[in-house]
Design a protein around this ligand. Structure first.
Ligand SMILES: Cc1cc2nc3c(=O)[nH]c(=O)nc-3n(C[C@H](O)[C@H](O)[C@H](O)COP(=O)(O)O)c2cc1C
Length: 195
């Protein structure tokens, strides 16, 4: 399918990327709502799906939630470097990002986010057995008796660069954007690159 994206301007493309990410938060069927987050694990690269919970284009930030006892939390506390992949399989558009992730646990930002977590989702943070712990059978992992808020963690990604690839029947298109903090003004500096 020919991509409906406008590839005539790098500036408009950068705006469109952030608009699309913002839409993905609200639209549960949006393919960019569940990106892959890759971190530096103790045994090497470590990647998993997360849900995109909020996006603030003006701060070049997005947010995901995690159990505070999960591996990804200790990984970003040790090293905030991260890589993210979003993929729209219908339009065949891939977005990759590099970001510095800050973890928030039992602090004002995590408390503010927790206040908006619906009751039906809070149960995920009440599991007695921490994520990744060995158990005898799957049901052993379902018991809930923990203080949910104490197990809630916020991952705030501060985006440093973006790399978009759109597969097109008429020719693939790739663009890279890097945040530029020049004294004359700051913004996304883009360039077309070979796919
Ligand atoms: C569709 C989907 C969405 C997920 N969303 C989240 C999420 O938002 N936060 C999260 O911590 N784990 C989420 N998970 C589970 C993670 O992919 C992962 O299995 C779990 O968090 C443990 O990862 P870790 O041990 O690397 O921390 C999701 C899994 C799937 C399949």
């Amino acid at each position: 399918m020919e991509s409906p994206w406008d590839f005539t301007s790098l500036d408009r493309l950068a705006d469109r990327l952030w608009n699309e990410l913002t839409l993905a938060v609200e639209d549960v069927s949006h393919p960019w709502r569940t990106p892959v987050l890759a971190t530096n694990g103790v045994d090497g690269p470590s990647a998993r799906l997360v849900v995109l919970r909020s996006v603030i284009p003006a701060k070049r930030e997005w947010v995901a939630f995690s159990d505070s006892r999960a591996s990804k939390l200790s990984e970003v506390l040790a090293d905030g470097a991260s890589s993210w992949v979003f993929y729209d399989s219908l339009l065949q558009v891939q977005l990759r990002a590099r970001a510095h992730v800050t973890a928030h646990l039992a602090d004002p930002p995590s408390a503010a986010a927790w206040a908006h977590v619906p009751a039906r989702n809070r149960i995920h943070y009440r599991r007695r057995v921490p994520p990744g712990e060995p158990i005898h059978s799957p049901a052993d992992g379902w018991s809930v008796d923990e203080d949910a808020e104490a197990n809630f963690g916020l991952l705030v990604a501060h985006v440093e660069s973006l790399d978009l690839l759109a597969l097109n029947p008429t020719g693939h298109i790739r663009a890279q954007f890097r945040w530029c903090d020049a004294s004359s003004g700051s913004g996304w500096t883009g360039q077309w690159v070979a796919p």
